[in-house]
Design a protein around this ligand. Sequence first.
Ligand SMILES: NC(=O)c1ccc[n+]([C@@H]2O[C@H](COP(=O)([O-])OP(=O)(O)OC[C@H]3O[C@@H](n4cnc5c(N)ncnc54)[C@H](OP(=O)(O)O)[C@@H]3O)[C@@H](O)[C@H]2O)c1
Length: 336
Amino acid sequence: MPNSKLQAKEIRFMSRPRGGPSPENVAVVTVDLPDLQPGEVLVRNSFFSIDPYMRGRMNEGKSYILPFALGKALDGAAVGQVVQSRDAGFPPSAWVLSFCGWRDYFVAQASQLRVIDATQAPPSAYLGVLGATGLTAWVGLNDVAKIKQNETVFISAAAGAVGSVACQLAKLRGCQVVASAGSAAKVAFLKNQLQVDCAFNYRESDPLRQLEIAAPDGLHVYFDNTAGPQLEAALACMRNHGRIVMCGAISSYNAPAPGPQNLHQVIIRRLRLQGLLVADHLHRMPAFLAEMVPLLRAGKVLHQETVLHGIEKAPGAFISLLQPGDAHIGKLVIQV
Ligand SMILES: NC(=O)c1ccc[n+]([C@@H]2O[C@H](COP(=O)([O-])OP(=O)(O)OC[C@H]3O[C@@H](n4cnc5c(N)ncnc54)[C@H](OP(=O)(O)O)[C@@H]3O)[C@@H](O)[C@H]2O)c1
């Protein structure tokens, strides 16, 4: 089954950014694909995911995941369709999830792929509301914060991939949801589409003042996607024995910043702060999907995504994702 004439476009990592990433850190390259060997599958990507954690992988040094290698294609979650296959488990046209994003075609071992059910939901949903970001929100609320009905939950970066699912799940659990985001359009989305109880623009108003107004009796839970000034504001508004899910710290990914000045509130209020890495919770995927697919199909959870068209859009989209107030709402994906 020769496909040596088939070429693929990939985005390669060329240099490590200092501060914010720039277009010069990557290059779009055309490569020849190898002939298929037994057990291998040729896939055409349809969508791939753009995620904030990728900024951390651009740095050198030990972390929970290997740094991106210079001169190699970037990678990340992607969904696509099998074009040719030398593995019986992956017939042509099957939809598959892989970690081979940032390219249009690729050849992989069958073991690197997972079949997804595209009759249950649009394939791109497996990168967002039914994928790692949805699972992050679900695990963060259920397993880490252990939210209960009638609790007040504050969620930052609330109009994004993790935040928008967290807002919806917390509302479905009967919580009061206070949400923050970086633009008027996102605040309108949170109020009108996600029906949160209160939403504010953290760039145009003081988060501490907003939280004091929205939650006069204090916060039971803070789902922290940003760290920085919003974490400091939340610490000052937590109820005794409140829980903070340390999910993300996007305010410091491009420029590390000192921690909150009021960390002693953890002691005064007897708070529990717990870090969350979704990779530790992949065994929860079946339970997560068992709840989320019916919710999605019943229209009780919204599959909100921003789709940018063309692989060349990926570097700019990634650079923008790391900026406060960036334009995308829900999960950001590239349609190849
Ligand atoms: N722990 C885990 O396993 C795990 C898994 C997935 C994601 N995360 C983390 O969860 C957070 C959200 O990820 P996501 O995939 O859902 O991304 P996202 O929210 O869809 O996109 C990132 C958003 O962060 C906001 N932002 C950018 N710079 C900021 C700054 N300086 N201060 C405050 N907000 C800023 C922007 O929205 P605004 O317009 O609101 O500013 C941007 O749209 C990230 O911190 C990410 O690293 C963690």
